[in-house]
Design a binder for this molecule. Sequence first.
Ligand code: ARG
Length: 461
Amino acid sequence: MNKLWGGRFEGTMDALIEKLNNSLPFDSRLWREDIAGSIAHATMLGSTGILSQTDSQEIVMGLESLRDALTSGAVSLPSDAEDVHTAVESLLRERIGAVAGRLHTARSRNDQIATDIRLHLRSACDAIEKEITAFQQTLLTLSEKEMETILPGCTHLQHAQPIVLAHHLLAYFWMLDRDKERLRETRKRVNRLPLGAGALAGTGFPIDRQQVADILGFEQVLPNSLDAVADRDFLIEFLAFASILAMHLSRLAEEIILWNTPEYSYILLDDSVTTGSSIMPQKKNPDVAELVRGKTGRIYGSLVTLLTLMKGLPLTYNKDLQEDKEPVFDAIDTLMVVLPALNMTLSTATFQRERMAEAARGDYSTATDLADYLVRQGLPFREAHEVVGRVVRYGIETGQPLEALDAPTLSGFHPLLAVNPEGAQEVVTLQWSVQARRSQGGTAPEAVRAQWKQAEARLKE
Ligand code: ARG
């Protein structure tokens, strides 16, 4: 295939070097954006009089028919083209002849590729946002049903204080909410127009960049042509967003894996999201959750790739920038699979409510409530902590949970426990402990219902 830059060269390119140089194997996925950008550019060239109306219209119609032909599969990109821009231009030339050669007036592949990738990422942001919203909807639906489901809340992976499952699920809702905020912030900076920067210094033709921005739906025209062709901050921001989101999904995946073990048995995973073993007939493995956890590594890798790629690049365009695409495409593809896959895993899972309650019973996780009880009787918290510590030690030594300690036993630990031993016995039950935490953002069902409403309203924004 002819190069877009053959004139200056006498010799031909070595086959190995061509393989290194060509980007079509991965930038072919930008053909829709490349054509959209070219349609906007050709329209502007016509309306500013840089091209005649006839030429402009011929090019636009040629591009539109090419887009339809590529969409229907009637034609495909020539595989020997250097990049997507060369491939599109050569197909256009086949359709409309030499006038196709006027399209590249006042444009460079440097501002063209920056425009293509921004358009592509903008659509990807919208698609990913939909998947995040669907995931949040699942968390809302599930948590609505689990307002009274008690399970051990943990710190250090040790039973800490009892919580309700809805509260635990909603914690992930808010993580995803912040992810969405970050995504929307990123999208704003993605949605700015580089086209019109030319190779680096602008152009001598009287172009109208605002018109191009309007046609393509960009919110702003990038004010500096050098920055416009050299900036890839928006890709790094996207990958930072993607990394944090992947980290959240990975944490949830890890909990699903733990909760699905026979030791926990808090959840049962549906057959549709599990796999078996080729040797052990009894196995049912949580592969989806493991892959979600594992794929987090590739997204982090992409972020580090881009940060490293950009570090030390002198202004303006350098061919290094061609390496920006694959990591970003990979992160988009990965998120577009792991988000719905983990969503499916969660929405089809069965929560083993009885098993969760059983795990929380007798685990001394209401010890704080007994200490708080003594505080309400007037004891300073530090002393109350000390007294209850002794109660717990006694319970462990005698093999009795807090709930089982009778009134005379409790009374023996402190005079304030003798005042109303039934009151002390009541506060160490799971129900009481959970109900008590009515502070804003706490785990009491009453507080969680308020939180749920807030989450629901947020999702509708
Ligand atoms: N394939 C190139 C890229 O991905 C497009 C821009 C090429 N520009 C150039 N001057 N060689 O960055």
